[in-house]
Ligand binder design. Structure first.
Ligand SMILES: [Mn+2]
Length: 353
């Protein structure tokens, strides 16, 4: 069971938005994303091409005691974090609704979860609260600033697996784009931003207990597009990073074993937070995202990452981010949302056998 409340996360995520963003709030932005989301074919059985492949949700062996950090009976709080201002493309804010429309909550129930469906975060009026496992539906990856801050306040020993094509280790000083979605990990590292009061809007992050993410508590999986300054930081801080080269070389199985080992070897009881950027997956399967990079995870590798973290028993919370149905045609959008849906199911124990 994770003791972070949705309120903490909401407060954190919400407040993080006061920081530097590269896209102005505007009515047009919301209107555009609303229009586009309604044009997407999001029915679970519909869609063309791959969308027609039948898929049913089957939980693993019920007798297995997975999810040791989760309350019994297994309860999950699903929170939408419809944030789109951490990067230049509107539309990531529509994905919580699209995932729900596709039947996500029903599927989680059929996997044996009590589902607490919380209202999407209202970034102007933060008032939701949860006391269960946490699943955040992004939103762009800037929500990681808030979710990591909240999760580390509740459980400072948490280890983080960051599945992403990008390192998201920028800071306002070194960022080439100024986009907040490339900064969540940089902002959490004391070594990179010693005092966050210098970043306008992030002063709150230094209030009260504000544990940082230690470089040895982070593991990357799937990197393939790293900024020069980030590369230097990863090397100097000794962050464990499994790039696509490592996945090609060792295979996804070995990489995930090593990733989980890195976090749990010293303390097998620590919780793991999985932050899954859909752009880790190859654009062939997840075209509807803002910063797609070729050469990513295959469909099975993408699922295996989730399935194997679940097998460790240490998964306590997760977020899935950067789905943007407005950035692809109807079929690409529908396939990307479907993949996000299935990855969340895999994180909730759905498996092949
Ligand atoms: Mn990311």
């Amino acid at each position: 069971m994770i003791h972070v409340t949705a309120q903490q996360v909401a407060r954190s995520v919400g407040r993080s938005l006061c920081g530097k963003t590269s896209f102005p709030h505007s009515y047009e932005a919301f209107a555009l994303s609303t229009r586009s989301s309604s044009s997407v074919n999001s029915s679970s059985s519909g869609g063309a091409g791959y969308g027609n492949v039948h898929h049913q949700m089957l939980p693993g062996d019920e007798s297995e005691n997975l999810f040791r950090h989760v309350a019994n009976p297994k309860t999950i709080s699903v929170i939408g974090a419809p944030m789109t201002f951490g990067q230049p493309f509107v539309g990531t804010d529509s994905s919580p609704a699209l995932l729900r429309e596709q039947g996500l909550l029903k599927d989680l129930s059929s996997l044996g979860w009590r589902v607490e469906d919380l209202p999407d975060l209202d970034f102007n009026n933060i008032c939701s609260e949860a006391d269960a496992s946490l699943s955040l539906l992004g939103g762009d990856h800037s929500i990681g600033i808030g979710s990591l801050a909240g999760i580390l306040r509740a459980k400072p020993e948490t280890g983080v697996i960051w599945v992403d094509a990008h390192a998201d280790l920028n800071t306002p000083d070194i960022s080439e784009s100024g986009n907040m979605h490339g900064m969540p990990l940089g902002i959490m590292m004391k070594e990179l931003v010693p005092d966050r009061r210098v970043i306008p809007g992030l002063e709150w992050m230094e209030e009260g207990t504000s544990p940082r993410l230690r470089p040895d508590s982070l593991v990357y999986v799937g990197l393939r597009d790293i900024d020069k300054a980030e590369r230097k930081c990863i090397r100097e801080l000794g962050i464990k990073a499994f790039t696509m080269y490592d996945i090609d070389h060792l295979g996804i199985g070995r990489v995930m074993d090593l990733a989980i080992d890195h976090l749990l070897a010293k303390d097998p009881n620590r919780p793991i937070h999985l932050s899954y950027d859909i752009d880790a997956v190859d654009p062939l399967h997840a075209p509807a995202t803002g910063t797609a990079v070729r050469g990513g995870l295959t469909w099975r590798e993408a699922h295996f990452v989730c399935e194997h973290v679940v097998k460790s028993g240490a998964l306590a919370s997760a977020e899935i981010v950067e789905l943007n149905a407005t950035l692809s045609d109807g079929q690409g959008a529908s396939e990307t949302i479907e993949l996000g849906h299935q990855l969340i199911a895999a994180l909730c124990g759905e498996c092949i056998f």
